[in-house]
Ligand binder design. Structure first.
Ligand code: RB5
Length: 150
């Protein structure tokens, strides 16, 4: 069976934790597509959010991972893409609920607020949790397209 491809990206604030999670994902048997950044030098998060989100938007990857200092900038940029539901999660419970209720397809980690061990647990939980469907399906379907402003 071919390995699932997981695109991952981070800015300088998430660079070190990205490197850690790449090793973790490889150990779990995933093929990782690292879109950068490739050093701790200061850089702009949208440059990494858009390539990861674009792969998910176009079905080239089922899901992806992003990291920045707070997770917020990455989530704003990724969520501009149709069909992308990027969830900032700083606990395993939030990651789990983002899958169960919101069918999140990008996990965004706030690298300045989680340890490596936290990040492993959050990512593992997110990867293994299915979408619950049912009433949540209807709600997720209503997310887009956004209604015209009245
Ligand atoms: C970089 O200093 C920081 O602003 C960025 O990583 C992120 O937290 C933005 O949302």
């Amino acid at each position: 069976m071919s390995k699932e491809i997981i695109p991952i990206g981070a800015d300088h604030a998430g660079f070190e934790l990205k490197q850690h999670l790449i090793a973790h994902l490889k150990e779990l048997g995933y093929e990782v597509q690292d879109v950068g950044t490739h050093s701790p030098a200061s850089t702009d998060y949208p440059a990494y959010a858009h390539p990861v989100a674009s792969r998910v938007e176009h079905g080239e990857a089922k899901r992806g991972v992003l990291l920045c200092g707070t997770g917020l900038g990455m989530s704003y940029a990724a969520n501009r893409h149709p069909h992308v539901r990027a969830a900032v999660a700083w606990t395993p419970e939030i990651a789990e609920l983002s899958r169960l209720h919101n069918d999140s397809n990008i996990l965004v980690l706030p690298a300045r607020f989680v340890t490596e061990q936290d990040a492993n647990t959050i990512l593992d939980t997110w990867l293994k949790t299915p979408f619950e469907g049912g009433r949540h399906e209807r709600r997720v379907e209503k997310i887009e397209p956004a209604p015209e402003a009245k």
